[in-house]
Ligand binder design. Structure first.
Ligand SMILES: Nc1ncnc2c1ncn2[C@@H]1O[C@H](COP(=O)(O)OP(=O)(O)OP(=O)(O)O)[C@@H](O)[C@H]1O
Length: 914
């Protein structure tokens, strides 16, 4: 047959059949052959990239392709794959009979004959899947569909793996005592095997375990192991805590004789539900069980009869049998239902819906949804990911090691990162600090005097006015409150009338993006988001030195910044030097130059993962305070705004060239966020361009196997699943799902509700891509980080982040403009150094939606000695600390779900081994 690539326009999309964690499935009619119905699974590219589901989609596609070759009736067939700019499409067999779970719910239980019939079909299919070297890993009634004749079709291969891959999972098989922290869950709680729970091992036998659970469920109506939460479920599984009930049909008097389960079934299930997977019955032995004596396993036609076409006498004991006819009526005429054709362009497929409501509270989530729910995810390399609450020693050691390496530099030597020739001369080299200590640095660019903080620098009165006594105790003498000064209450971030009238002259200029500037930007191929005159002071992290040294920066915190600012405000403002022109582009480049825009010095990329931003009373409207940037372990930049009169003069002098101030209406922090968002969007659209699902091979293959007749092909066992590993979904930037997103925790586009959640003490969201969503305003970074519900909940994300980072980059912590962070308690305590742990663009109108301040000073994090901790490091460590503290508490275990269950199981296991 001549190959022709299908597109979405080849189909008429009908009603939605369902939706999962990364797709929405629509019924569709082939325009070229209206008799052909398909279920088209539509995956939004943006969604699967953002949610790091590319891997699952890839696995599903390749597994389905592989399994389609055998044309087994028990596997939902993949007919076509195609994509467009926004979506990936899988054209699958349409399962007119719906989910097996729905049928089970309808009848509550299946009678013995029906149970056996379905079990036989499942065994035949599982045997086929395993013969191809594939393990499904998420078998459950929701993942079993029925075709129009009522034959089973297993679907949802997103969690599948190969036998070879699985062996890798069981790296501790030989030593069951050494369960490590990198275990990951696979499956759905009620069907997950004990070997996975106990040894992080998944084999073919794990699918058989799930089959045993399903057989039980067919007869009892619910899975054998179900607790009130995942932990209890897992405990029941590993303790093999299940019982057969005998009163299933009590409400159906005419079925009284069926209220005891056939002992042959009980015996069969007993042989399946064996804790030790090596002792568990195999598929071939299972087929020989007495319960299947009547089955001719070679008679595929008999095995694969659809329940809607079967001899009804076979089903005579089925409770509410009459309903089955009704069900058949309901299913088969489904095609005749009046549906309004949905033009493809009107299908809101890019907008993902939430997972359908769970029919049974805890067992209907797919593996991926389940992982997400429990905060368990795979890392980028498809490796096992630490489970919440488990040891973090590796990660921590990594940090300590690096830190010590930095600190242990021989006196005078300079860490490589300091030798960056582009590093500009720090301003303070020119200043007149007389008490500086001469560094013995051998690098020319850095052999300079480290400024000694002048003890005579007067305290900054403005910030001292409202410091209360208890706080004052923690402040150096030089910062004691000055009662003569009055602290300016922070104002909502509206544009106040400028005190300096000369500045107002510049305003009309500043809002105009004039043609000369445009020309320049076009020449440079950039678009400027904001440009303004600023003072900038760079302070590198030095290897040695008493004050502004790496030792001083072991903790970037409120006190340190306060100390630096209070003692060096004049110096930091560079009042004696000429202001620079700071420019931020849409590409995230931040640079400064003289006021004519020449000799640009690049500062940093706003998207840099090692960049943290803070503000210290930074008020653009009143031109006060500092915007502080920190490149982790490299530099601090203190940015402040010159007086309006100075700016006005500068503008006047540069009039002939261009109008230098651009976009003064939007403050710097907002622009940083905007720039970062633009970059993210850019990344996303680039990744979407590279993500496709073209698979000519697959389509041709499917054409060749289009027949629905079942051919029993003796399929060779594949050593591995090359198709899965050499994924045919091209994802060229496979390295990352969305790199910038690791650094910018909140996907505000997808979670708009989280952006300004006023109940923010725990307004946290963690998704499986390891993204932290957090909306906590705090007055003290360490306190905040320690107490942040987000930090606690996001340990996995952070650990993932650490895993991914061999370098010392860190998630950014960005401090929002103070007007948005201001709370009454902040004002009353007088702490100006407030953190805002959520790198995203704040766009709420000024003064609104102030989340609750979290204040638990007693839990303040104390960094270990010799450990360099930036804000982000604090976050990581506090998270780990608090998580470790929670271990062992029953209450916390109960609330922390699967990971706690893991811990609990390990603990029990270790105790029993002692
Ligand atoms: N071939 C099909 N025929 C009919 N309905 C289908 C078909 N495939 C899927 N569906 C329906 O669509 C729903 C979602 O499909 P599916 O579970 O495959 O999506 P998913 O994104 O892989 O979800 P999950 O989160 O479970 O992995 C199913 O529950 C089912 O009701």
């Amino acid at each position: 047959m001549k190959y022709r690539k299908r597109t979405a326009s080849d189909f008429v999309f009908k009603e939605e059949l369902g939706h999962g964690s990364y797709s929405t499935v629509y019924k569709a009619i082939d325009k070229h052959d209206p008799k052909k119905l398909y279920a088209i699974k539509v995956c939004s590219k943006a969604h699967i990239i953002r949610e790091a589901k590319v891997k699952y989609v890839t696995i599903e596609k390749n597994t389905l392709n592989l399994l389609a070759r055998g044309n087994h009736p028990g596997i939902v067939k993949l007919h076509y794959t195609f994509h467009d700019a926004d979506n990936l499409y899988f054209a699958l067999d349409f399962a007119a009979g719906g989910e097996l779970l729905s049928l089970l719910h309808k009848y509550r239980t299946f009678n013995e004959q029906l149970s056996r019939h379905f079990t036989v079909q499942l065994i035949d299919t599982i045997e086929y899947i395993h013969s191809k070297g594939v393990i499904h890993r998420d078998l459950k009634p929701e993942n079993v569909l029925l075709d129009k004749e009522g034959r089973l079709m297993i679907t949802d291969f997103g969690a599948a793996t190969t036998v070879a891959n699985t062996e890798v999972y069981g790296e501790n098989d030989d030593d069951p005592n050494s369960i490590n922290a990198t275990s990951s869950f696979v499956g759905t709680a009620e069907y997950v095997s004990p070997e996975l729970l106990l040894y992080n091992k998944c084999t073919r036998s794990s699918d058989i375990w799930a089959l045993g659970c399903m057989i039980y469920q067919f007869l009892e109506g619910c899975p054998p192991f179900r607790g009130s939460n995942e932990l209890k479920t897992f405990e029941k599984i590993v303790e093999l805590d299940y019982t057969w009930n005998s009163n299933n049909y009590d409400d159906n008097p005419k079925d009284n004789q069926t209220n005891s389960i056939n002992p042959l079934i009980i015996d069969t299930v007993r042989k399946i539900l064996v804790i030790d997977d090596k002792e568990r019955i195999t598929i071939s032995d299972l087929k020989g069980e007495p319960w299947f004596n009547s089955i001719n396993w070679n008679n595929k036609l008999d095995i694969w009869k659809g329940i809607f076409t079967m001899d009804q006498s076979l089903l005579r004991d089925q409770p509410r049998l009459d309903s089955l006819d009704h069900q058949k009526q309901r299913i088969i005429p489904n095609r005749q239902l009046h549906v309004i054709d949905t033009p493809i362009k009107n299908i809101t497929i890019s907008k993902q819906k939430k997972k359908k409501p769970m029919k049974i509270s805890t067992n209907t989530s797919s593996i991926v949804e389940w992982r997400k729910k429990l905060g368990i995810s795979l890392n980028q390399n498809n490796e096992k990911t630490p489970v919440t609450g488990l040891t973090n020693s590796n990660n921590e050691q990594k940090i300590i090691y690096h830190s010590q390496k930095m600190i242990n530099q021989p006196n005078g030597s300079i860490p490589l990162s300091y030798k960056n020739p582009q590093m500009t001369q720090p301003y303070y080299y020119q200043n007149s600090y007389s008490n500086g200590i001469q560094n013995k640095l051998d690098n020319n660019a850095l052999s300079q005097q480290v400024p000694q903080i002048s003890s005579t620098t007067p305290p900054i009165s403005r910030r001292m006015a409202n410091v209360n006594k208890s706080e004052a105790e923690f402040l150096p003498n030089s910062q004691l409150p000055n009662n003569n000064s009055s602290r300016q209450p922070l104002q909502p971030h509206t544009k106040p009338p400028l005190s300096d009238t000369t500045l107002s002259n510049t305003e009309p200029l500043s809002n105009t993006y004039n043609s000369k500037q445009q020309e320049l930007d076009i020449e440079y191929g950039r678009h400027i988001l904001k440009q303004d005159f600023i003072y900038i002071c760079e302070i590198p992290f030095l290897a040695v030195g008493p004050a502004l040294s790496i030792n001083s920066y072991n903790k970037i915190d409120n006190d340190l910044i306060t100390d630096i600012v209070s003692k060096n405000e004049e110096f930091l403002r560079k009042s004696n030097s000429k202001p620079k022109l700071l420019t931020l582009t849409d590409k995230g480049h931040l640079m400064y130059s003289d006021n004519l825009g020449v000799n640009e010095h690049s500062i940093v990329d706003v998207s840099d993962s090692g960049l943290s931003m803070y503000d210290f009373e930074f008020e653009e409207a009143t031109r006060k305070g500092f915007l502080i940037l920190e490149k982790y372990k490299e530099k601090l930049w203190f940015i402040s705004l010159p007086p309006a009169s100075v700016v006005s003069q500068l503008c006047a002098t540069s009039m002939n060239y261009k109008r230098p101030i651009l976009n003064s209406g939007e403050n710097w922090v907002d622009c940083f966020f905007r720039s970062r968002n633009l970059l993210e969007d850019n990344n996303l659209s680039n990744e979407m361009k590279t993500l496709n699902i073209d698979d000519k091979q697959s389509d041709e293959n499917v054409y060749n196997h289009a027949s629905t007749s079942f051919v029993t092909t003796p399929a060779p066992v594949l050593p591995a699943l090359p198709a899965i590993q050499t994924c045919s979904i091209k994802y060229e930037q496979e390295k990352k799902a969305l790199p910038a997103r690791q650094m910018t925790p909140l996907d505000h586009k997808q979670s708009p509700a989280l952006r300004y959640n006023k109940k923010s003490t725990s307004s946290t969201s963690l998704n499986n891509g390891g993204h932290i969503s957090n909306n906590i305003y705090v007055k003290d970074i360490n306190t905040a980080l320690y107490t942040s519900a987000a930090a606690v909940a996001s340990k996995n994300a952070l650990m993932n982040h650490l895993n991914k980072e061999n370098k010392e980059s860190s998630p950014s912590i960005i401090f929002a403009p103070s007007s948005r962070r201001q709370t009454p308690s902040q004002l009353s305590t007088g702490k100006e150094y407030r953190s805002y742990i959520r790198p995203q663009k704040p766009n709420k109108p000024p003064g609104s939606a102030l989340p609750t301040v979290i204040h638990q000073p007693e839990k303040k994090y104390r960094p270990p000695k010799n450990m360099i901790v930036t804000s982000s490091r604090c976050e990581v460590l506090n998270t780990l600390n608090s998580s470790n503290q929670r271990v062992g508490s029953d209450q916390s275990i109960a609330s922390s779900g699967a990971s706690a269950a893991f811990r609990s199981l390990q603990k029990k296991k270790n105790e029993s081994n002692r």
